[in-house]
Ligand binder design. Structure first.
Ligand code: IPM
Ligand code: MG
Length: 370
């Protein structure tokens, strides 16, 4: 019998713990009913770790993350920790995980479930049937570039500095992930930068084009400036299949793409490292939404982005595509039944709490695959 998969669960702050509680129930269901064994271990990240250990990610937690088969993360941050010095903020815990696990490829699928077509702020015909994937570079660019900092100039003014920087290899490895994904989908890749104003964008475009010529001529490649891409995402998002872009543009474009699906509460993500000799990749799964402190602890949070992140874990870390499909189908049926958390509630639907949404997903899993 295959050994149990070791999952490190980091609920984090705000709505993180309450959405993660529902995911733990889903994992337990797969463990019990579907012969995929899980060992879940929970630890602290973000503000919760600051309160307990004085740091947003303890070294011991980092070690556990490196040793796990996969990490599941809820959300980090909140007003309580807003005034901390930059290096001690909750977000630094998440960025350290990404950097030290070398999770350079962040997959953010924006899929509009049929029952949610009306929940989007965009017209139904614009979003119905939408299925696009943003591949965001996650360990480079302006998030990590040096030099960085805030300095005081001789005339007393202050100067804030960040550096946008990419190397050939950083661009090629994330582009390769995106090309491979495109091959399994509609075979179209759009590479996004601002080569009109940034040298790093010029290099990005050149390297993606070169890799395409070397290994991926079967994939249809196009290029787009990031500002135009933001506009095209809300104008005609179905023109896209896979988008590959840098860390900062990917952060912004994925929030925009999230709203095409009805709610930020619906968007999952997978962050992957390089494959080792056995094909295994380090991986972290998290909802794209943040900690939403305004609604935390009130049973209002939508757990589905986190549940769908667990489906991505099944697909990408455990190679259990059929089990991931089962979970995604369960979510779609629950949505079709009209059960909605407040973020996707529409007239005529039934308002449910975070936990009741978890109940509904479990009941549907029992019906479909128990
Ligand atoms: C995201 C978030 C993070 C980011 C924050 C919380 C550091 O916005 O994952 O999109 O900027 O990458
Ligand atoms: Mg973001």
């Amino acid at each position: 019998m295959a050994s149990n998969k070791k999952l490190l669960v980091l609920p984090g702050d705000g709505i993180g713990p309450e959405v993660m509680a529902q995911v733990a129930r889903v994992a337990e269901w797969f463990d019990r009913k579907r012969a995929i064994g899980f060992d879940l271990e929970e630890d602290l990240v973000g503000g919760a770790a600051i309160d307990a250990h004085g740091t947003p990610l303890a070294d011991a937690t980092m070690d556990k993350a490196l040793a796990a088969d996969a990490v599941l993360l809820g959300a980090v941050g909140g007003p309580k920790w807003d005034d901390l010095p930059f290096e001690q903020k909750p977000e630094r815990g998440l960025l350290r995980l990404r950097k030290e696990m070398a999770l350079f490829a962040n997959l953010r699928p924006a899929l509009c479930f049929a029952p949610l077509v009306e929940a989007s702020t965009l017209k139904p015909e614009v979003v119905s049937g939408l299925d696009l994937m943003i591949v965001r570079e996650l360990t480079g660019g302006v998030y990590f570039g040096e030099p960085r900092g805030i300095e005081t100039l001789s005339d007393g003014q202050r100067r804030g500095v960040n550096t946008q920087v990419y190397t050939t290899e950083e661009i090629r490895r994330v582009a390769a992930v995106a090309f491979e994904l495109a091959r399994k989908r509609a075979n179209k890749l759009c590479s996004v930068e601002k080569a009109n104003v940034m040298e790093s964008g010029v290099l990005w475009r050149e390297e993606v084009t070169r890799l395409h010529g070397e290994s991926y001529l079967d994939v249809e490649l196009s290029h787009m400036y990031a500002d135009n891409c933001a506009m095209q995402l809300v104008r005609a998002p179905k023109q896209f299949d896979v988008i590959v872009t840098d860390n900062l543009f990917g952060d912004m474009l994925s929030d925009a793409a999230a709203m095409l699906t009805g709610s930020l509460g619906m968007l999952p993500s997978a962050s992957l490292g390089a494959a080792d000799e056995t094909g295994r990749r380090r991986a972290l799964y998290e909802p794209v939404h943040g900690s939403a402190p305004d609604i935390a602890g009130r049973g209002k949070a939508n757990p589905l982005a986190c549940v769908l992140s667990f489906a991505m874990l099944l697909r990408y870390s455990l190679d259990q595509g059929a089990e991931a499909d089962l979970l995604e189908n369960a979510v779609e049926v629950v949505l079709a039944s009209g059960k909605r958390t407040p973020d996707i509630l529409q007239p005529g639907h039934e308002a449910v709490s975070t936990e009741a949404m978890g109940d509904a997903v479990l009941a549907e899993l029992d019906r479909l695959g128990g």
